[in-house]
Every structure is written in C-alpha cells, then in structure tokens.
Design a binder for this molecule. Sequence first.
Ligand SMILES: [Zn+2]
Length: 267
Amino acid sequence: MSDILLPKIIGDNIWQIEGPANDLMYLVLGEQKAMLVDTGMGIGNLLLEVRKITSLPLIVINTHGHPDHAGGNGQFPQAWFPMKDFEIMNTMCTNDFRISDIHNIIQAGEEKEACFINALVNYKEIELLPYEYRSEFDLGDRKFTAVEIPGHTPGSMGLYSQNEKILFAGDSIVNSPVWMHIPVSLSLQTYYLFLVHLREVTRGVKTIFTGHLPTLAKPELLDDLISCAHEILKNPGIGEVTNTFAGEGLLWTHGLGNIIYNPKKII
Ligand SMILES: [Zn+2]
C-alpha cells in the first residue's frame, strides 16, 4: 500500500501527515532544521515520507506517550519526550498494544487490517531526550518553546512559536472531544488550571494545530475548552454518558469545546 500516509501542506512550510489510525503528525521546515511533531501509530514508512519532503536535519518530538503519537518512534534514532509519560509509552507503544488499537480504531475489515499490521513499525527502545516546560527547539529562522498542558496524560506538552503565534497542542486541544476519562488522565481541575495557564503563555495565539483531524483550530477553541471544564467543575456529573473504545465517560460541550470526563476524577 503506497498511500498509507497522506502528506499535505497546511501552512507556511508546515505539513500535516495523516495516518490511517486517525493519527496525525506535523512536519515544520525551518532554514536549518525540520521538526516532526509526533510519530503517529507507526503504520507505514514515516521516515520515507519526511525525506520526500526535506533533507534537513530532523528534530523528532512527541507531544505525549500515547501509541497514536509515539508509536512510530522506532523509525528514528532519537526523540524528544516528556518523561512523565514514559510508563504510558513503554506499555502502550508495544507491537501487541498497537495491533489491538488498530483493530479497535480502524475497523477496516480483515484484509486492510492485515495490511496495516504488516506495515507496522517495530517497537524498539530509542534514545529519549527529556524535555519540559520552556525547552526550546530552534529550526534556524523559527523557534518553538515547550508548554505544559497535562491532563489528557500527565506529560502532555504543546509547542508554541511566540513569533508566529502558532501552537501544536497534541491531544490537549482537539476539535473532537478531549479524552479526560481514560485511566491515565489527571483530574479535570488540573487540566482546567493548565489550560488557563496555557492561555496566559500563548496570549495572542492565532492558529492551533490539534492532535487529530480536523485541525487548524482558532483560539476560541481554547477559550471554549476552558469554559467547558469550568462548567464541569462547578457542576460535576453534568453531561451525557458516552462510550469510547477506551472506556465510558460523561460528555459535556461548551461552544466548540467538548470534553469526555470521569465524574470520579474531578479534583
Ligand atoms: Zn492521546
């Protein structure tokens, strides 16, 4: 299958690379270096796709440890990684775990599923370079600073360009519901407080690149997620019961913002 990964230019030297497991990676080209944000589920040859686009030295960064964001790390010698998510990655990025995820997420039928599993990048230990809040990634003419957005996972990070006013937000800000009901997620209050902090440190942000499609969100999405979380904190238990392959939660919506949360993990 030659069309497993779908690259598409979506900004100023910014590519999105869509994988078949609802996974989404970004490639940002600078003058001296390129930055790959997330490595997806690890289905197909991501390194080849990147090399079709650029021959620049590559900085690989994981926004968090989930298998649809760090699952393709095995193709690269090293990746910058938020170490609070190390256990999550170590458990969930294995071949077996990702194969079961492919089955749960894609539901494409046996033949396609076998194709994807055949194209799965082997899990292997690579060099992990720890990064944290305020770590900087310099591509030459463009620079990104790490911002912490824990909640969805303990280590979840974003990458912000102060000059360009753009933010890569991983799964902490998505147009589809933010998953705060999963076993590894932190309390809703923690997520809320860090969203408020994020709004302060990214004040003036123009475009948010989300961890899943549809991407290119406006800053209003961040405002609405803050309002959504605040309403849940004021009235825990609101919302409709929703089922996902990762478990059940309550779905609450405010404007563009949707959160699935666990009513037992509010504070
Ligand atoms: Zn995630």
